[in-house]
Write a protein that binds this ligand. Structure first.
Ligand code: 5SP
Length: 242
């Protein structure tokens, strides 16, 4: 009997929660395919998780399994202490970091970690990405901050993520010498932030090869951020208005 089975698995949870777990397994499994699709990962180096609505649980990938082999059934369910609740494989090695974020940031519903090349190159330098692009003002509301160096496996990474992002509008933090961690209202939003942080890290790096990028004034950053967050795209409640 596995450790998760010994703890009772999902038997103690309601039918609604078990149904939600099935849905979140499918969402998280499908979103992992976006990481190689956008060129954000090599081999097995990255992970996506999402909270289960109505319970202190989240779904994350198993550790070290090829992206091609990830399925809804192979995802694992953990509690907010990072303990395995349902699944037959060892959870991602970054499970403790994801769990810490969920425990301390109630508004976060999804977390993503990659080692995408340009974002990780900035992390290796320990240098924040300055806000010199409208796309950065839109998505990050300012620079992409650097988090502290932290060892993998315990709460250190999670603490660094939470301490850094509490002081920032950015949904992305570049953990020093490691790589980007992103957050969102759900896993899809966190994957989007992972795609965007790699894109802006690449563009600002290339800009630096040409000279010194020009900063955007704070008032313009604020204006761009407010428009993108509140007006851009199909805001909920506007569907059907002609
Ligand atoms: O940084 C690390 C480990 O050094 C991780 O991010 C891995 O790259 C992905 O690990 P799993 O999610 O497959 O355990």
């Amino acid at each position: 009997m596995s450790a998760a089975d010994q703890r009772g698995g999902l038997a103690a949870y309601s039918d609604e929660v078990r149904a939600a777990v099935v849905q979140v397994r499918a969402i998280v499994s499908a979103l992992h395919a976006e990481l190689p699709r956008y060129g954000l990962v090599v081999w097995t180096a990255g992970n996506v998780s999402q909270r289960v609505p109505g319970a202190d649980l989240f779904v994350i990938k198993p550790s070290g399994v090829s992206y091609d082999d990830l399925t809804p059934e192979s995802m694992v369910v953990c509690d907010l202490d990072g303990e395995l609740v349902e699944g037959t494989r060892a959870p991602s090695s970054d499970t403790a970091a994801h769990a810490y974020v969920y425990r301390h940031l109630a508004h976060v519903g999804g977390v993503v970690h990659t080692h995408s090349t340009y974002a990780t190159a900035w992390a290796a330098r320990g240098e924040e990405v300055p806000c010199v692009l409208t796309m950065m003002a839109d998505e990050f509301g300012g620079p992409v901050p650097i988090g502290p160096f932290a060892l993998i496996g315990d709460d250190s990474i999670g603490q660094g993520i939470v301490e850094t992002l509490r002081e920032s509008r950015s949904p992305a933090v570049l953990m020093r010498n490691h790589g980007p961690f992103t957050i969102g209202k759900d896993a899809r939003a966190a994957v989007k932030a992972a795609v965007m942080v790699e894109e802006v890290a690449r563009t600002v790096h290339i800009s630096r090869q040409l000279g010194e990028p020009v900063p955007i004034p704070q008032a313009d950053i604020d204006s761009l951020y407010n428009r993108y967050q509140n007006v851009y795209g199909q805001q909920s409640g506007r569907e059907g208005v002609s």
